[in-house]
Design a protein around this ligand. Structure first.
Ligand code: AMP
Length: 415
């Protein structure tokens, strides 16, 4: 028997209500804030990700699904959503539009991870990007939108974690201080952190290993090293968030797992956060468009994992609106009745009445049993007598009450 590949799963019909519910909320929130949808290909030139996400990140270092196509091109299944949007922004000259350009996506994301609850090899993200404006009002908008999105899903017990990791200029000084701090305790670091100290020191703060916690907690804070512009940007953002009454927690260890971030970084976490519990995160990436060959273009974005949202909706037993289902079941007995049933189903559907025909060759009893177990509220029954008299029986499946209706009146009766 074949199985879905490790770390992937099927979204069966009984699960679909969660997904459609979230998607509807996505569409609503994006419309409310003026973000337009963009869909990029599932795979891109591999270099797009190594150049943007960063060679020293876990994603590029060990999680990408990279392959050579038959033409010898190195392609990678999208491991995140921001770089493809930036590539499209440049490729289609979206910088010629009034700025910022506000875009959103819903996309499958692929990372070769160790699968566990809330961590998969294929997951889905809702993300959005505001490209072409560096003002902190935009940071506030993007955070406000994320916060409102989760509130609209009726998810409670969430916290907004916020930090500023500065710009290229001030980051250098900060990293020097961070390295110095860690070098003093290098003996006590986990093996991953020993590598991070050499290759990607900012990620040291993200380590979840117990032995590294005291060192990370006592590390210098990026917010103490911000240059005057970054400092001003951050304090304006905090002011806007207070104006908007969005509660936030300053978290000096929040750095995010992708290298392109500058200044603002934020995450939405459940109150009891674990390593794979962040529902979404984002931040500014003011250098990325330039890095990809464009003019200097400030930008900010956010991404949230839909699987984790579904997990949290279930955990909180959130009420999910059911999906519309056909309510009418057409039972039929005998060849002539089957012909009438086929015709009837077609004409009802034409009139906008959703109907399902019973499987052929079954007794009436077993057809009605199926209607019951599938949750139909109404059935139309056609047998030999009904064929002769040009009628059908309409049965209320909950009360078992029946009445005979001439076929020409059936549509009106059912409506
Ligand atoms: P990132 O692109 O790593 O910033 O992740 C953004 C969001 O996507 C996270 O907050 C999670 O909700 C979700 N996410 C990231 N990686 C995975 C994964 N492997 N499985 C499921 N969800 C994920």
């Amino acid at each position: 028997m074949y199985q879905a590949p490790r770390g992937t799963f099927d979204i069966l019909p009984k699960e679909q209500a969660y997904w459609r519910y979230i998607e509807q909320k996505v569409v609503n929130i994006c419309q409310l804030y003026g973000y337009e949808r963009i869909d990029a290909p599932v795979f891109e030139d591999s270099q797009l990700f190594s150049r943007s996400v960063g060679k020293e990140t876990d994603i590029v270092d060990k999680q990408m699904y990279t392959f050579k196509d038959r033409g010898g091109n190195s392609l990678t299944l999208r491991p995140e959503g921001t770089a493809p949007v930036c590539r499209a922004y440049l490729e289609h000259g979206l910088h010629n539009l009034p700025q910022p350009v506000r875009l959103y996506y819903l996309a499958a994301i692929f990372r070769y991870e160790r699968p566990q609850s809330g961590r998969y090899r294929q997951h889905h993200q809702f993300g959005y990007e505001a490209i072409g404006d560096g003002d902190p009002t935009l940071d506030a908008e993007v955070i406000d939108m994320a916060w409102r999105f989760f509130t609209s899903l009726s998810l409670r017990h969430l916290s907004l974690q916020l930090n500023s990791i500065g710009c290229k200029k001030c980051r250098r000084q900060y990293l020097a201080a961070l390295k110095e701090h860690y070098a003093r305790s290098s003996k006590n670091l986990c093996s991953d952190c020993k590598t991070r100290l050499k290759r990607n020191p900012l990620r040291l703060l993200d380590c979840k290993k117990r032995q590294c916690q005291p060192i990370a907690d006592s590390a210098p804070r990026s917010t103490d090293y911000l240059c005057s512009e970054c400092e001003k940007h951050f304090s304006q953002l905090k002011r806007y968030l207070k104006l908007l009454k969005i509660p936030f927690t300053l978290n000096h260890r929040l750095v995010r797992g992708l290298d392109y971030y500058t200044r603002t970084v934020f995450e939405i976490q459940p109150e009891k956060a674990t390593a794979q519990s962040a529902l979404g995160g984002g931040g500014r990436y003011d250098d990325l468009i330039e890095e990809l060959g464009g003019k200097p273009t400030p930008a900010i974005g956010f991404g949230a994992g839909l699987e984790r949202i579904v997990l949290n909706l279930k955990k909180e037993s959130a009420p999910i609106p059911p999906l519309p289902r056909p309510q009418l079941f057409i039972a039929h007995l005998g060849d002539a009745a089957t012909e009438d049933a086929v015709k009837l189903a077609a004409s009802l559907r034409k009139a906008g009445i959703a109907a399902v025909i019973a499987p052929a060759g079954k007794s009436l009893k077993s057809q009605l049993r199926q209607a019951n177990s599938l949750g139909f509220t109404k059935a139309v029954i056609i047998g030999e007598d009904e064929v002769k008299s040009g009628t059908a029986i309409v049965r209320d499946m909950t009360t078992s009450q029946q009445k005979t209706v001439p076929l020409p009146q059936l549509e009106r009766e059912l409506k």
